[in-house]
Write a protein that binds this ligand. Sequence first.
Ligand SMILES: Cc1ncc(C[n+]2csc(CCO)c2C)c(N)n1
Length: 193
Amino acid sequence: MECGLSPIIGFRFSLHPMTNDFIKVIKGALKETDTTNVWMHTDDVSTVIRGKQVHVFNVAKAITLHAAKTGEHIALSGTFSAGCPGDSAGDVYLDKGDIIANTDITKQYVSSQFALYPMNNPSYMNIIYREVDRAKAQGVFNDSMHYASGIHGDIHEVFAFYEEAFTNARSDEHKHLVMTVSMSINSPSHGGR
Ligand SMILES: Cc1ncc(C[n+]2csc(CCO)c2C)c(N)n1
């Protein structure tokens, strides 16, 4: 398949629960989430989910929320990618409709950092500034820093922001996009939020 033609996107991520019970937290979060709309594979380092954007973001949020609901301090880091599938193993999942499988709306404070890499796009800085400005307008912007921007708030607002940023930073002309995120949840640094 030619690079960039499939509408499939992917998220490769690792959960790092700060607890002796980390295996239960990781495996529990992966098992309790409805992943029927995505292709998923877990190895000793990370998990990858691939499929339609709406489902990849829904499943990513649900896994994160399940891990967070244990009350443990959770770190997550991951990379969303689009436009260069490399293989077609997940392409059957593109037949899924748009009805999301995970609908838990439990509130959960998340502090995070993200970075956008619009590949081969000469206007990449404008795209990044536009999304950072949107974060400020939506009230989820936390902090400026080297190499990333801070995004925080309720998990549902944070993931909605990331999904919109991922949509906005791509175009037909520039389909290949990479976005990295790292999240910290239930951290003692958040003062009980
Ligand atoms: C989302 C996610 N997927 C895989 C791993 C890697 N990993 C580390 S411990 C463990 C459980 C014991 O096998 C696994 C699968 C991770 N950290 N987070």
